[in-house]
Design a protein around this ligand. Structure first.
Ligand code: TRP
Length: 337
């Protein structure tokens, strides 16, 4: 597709609230890489979202740069996609405020992720956590986004985003593109190595549950060896009944691209130990180059900073245009109008 034709817009983001994991590659980054040349992509490091759970300032700063560096290490090209940090573009917080006045209290109360997180962080159920999906709607709507690659757990937030866009458009005049969810070609969802019924998470307190992209080869091998499996004896792919071993098959598939059926066929009668060793080898070969690139990118903070400054400038130009329209429509007076 030529660069001058207007390409459909994609927006997505990850919170810099921990080290990124193999699950981020499986569920997000490899799809982003595959999309970046055919769409006008905005890939954001959503630090405003991260503080809805209390963060240590020094860690948040480090994870913000780590997160951006990992986008690059995974293969996002800053010449194709716009990579930036959410707090660098004030329009996100500004539009979120306006959208909050279009969101019903009951509507926001129905968000299942809010209910879950309120239970997880019962000592800090803050208003920002409640408003989280409204900020996410602002992220998406500022860029006139057509498609949003998100996992199952974010579908309800995207539904709210669509409702808010339509509500605003109907109240005034067409202002926002109404975004659609993007169902990725590679939909793999990796599960915790310690409890394969839970999603693999960067915030899991048990580090053995998660393969981090910065894990060294020994750590990767150790975590796979210790992965919880079930009491079966064959290697099968049946996420419902055999979640532990299926998760390892999924990882082997991710690392090698070999079809699931072929993997199962080849390893069916292998011992768990032998299969785990094969998975560990495949993962080491897959993750090592990503980690090496990450460390190179991270070693030149000046370069990374200049990419993020340029990304934020590019993003802000687009975001400001939408925000100005919104401000004008709701009746804010401006000397520029
Ligand atoms: N809420 C998303 C998550 O936790 C992160 C996010 C913030 C996002 N803003 C977004 C994802 C906009 C897609 C589009 O996964």
């Amino acid at each position: 597709m030529s660069n001058t034709a207007k390409r459909p817009v994609i927006f997505s983001g990850i919170q810099p609230s921990g080290d990124l994991t193999l699950g981020h590659i499986a569920g997000a980054l490899r799809n982003w890489v595959a999309l970046q040349h055919d769409y006008d992509c905005y890939f954001c490091v959503v630090d405003l979202h991260a503080i809805t759970v209390r963060q240590q300032p020094a860690k948040l700063r480090r994870w913000t740069l780590d997160c951006a560096a990992m986008y690059l290490a995974a293969g996002i090209e800053p010449t194709s996609a716009t990579i930036f940090v959410q707090s660098h573009v004030p329009a996100h917080a500004e539009l979120a405020w306006v959208l909050s006045t279009f969101t019903g209290f009951g509507e926001a109360s129905r968000m299942t992720q809010f209910k879950e997180k309120s239970e997880q962080h019962a000592q800090n159920v803050n208003v920002g956590l409640f408003a989280y999906p409204i900020l996410m709607a602002a992220d998406i709507l500022l860029y006139q986004t057509d498609l949003v690659p998100v996992g199952e757990d974010q579908k309800q937030h995207l539904e709210l985003t669509r409702d808010l866009a339509q509500r605003f458009n109907n109240a005034y005049s067409p202002t926002f593109t109404v975004p659609e969810p993007y169902i990725p070609r590679y939909g793999a969802r990796l599960m915790s190595l310690q409890d394969p019924r839970k999603k693999m998470s960067k915030s899991d307190p048990n580090h053995n549950a998660t393969i981090f992209l910065v894990d060294d080869n020994d750590a990767i091998r150790r975590k796979i060896q210790r992965a919880v499996t079930d009491s079966g004896t064959t290697i099968e792919y049946d996420p419902e009944r055999r979640p532990g071993i299926s998760n390892l098959v999924e990882m082997y598939h991710l690392a090698t691209d070999e079809p699931i059926e072929a993997i199962v066929e080849r390893f069916r009668d292998a011992s768990y130990a032998a299969f785990k060793a094969a998975v560990a080898d495949a993962l080491v070969a897959y993750i090592e180059p990503v980690r090496t690139r990450f460390l190179e990118i991270r070693a030149d903070e000046g370069h990374l900073a200049s990419l993020l400054v340029a990304g934020a400038e590019r993003a802000a130009r687009v975001a400001e245009r939408t925000l100005r329209k919104v401000y004008r429509k709701v009746g804010f007076w401006s000397p520029k109008d």
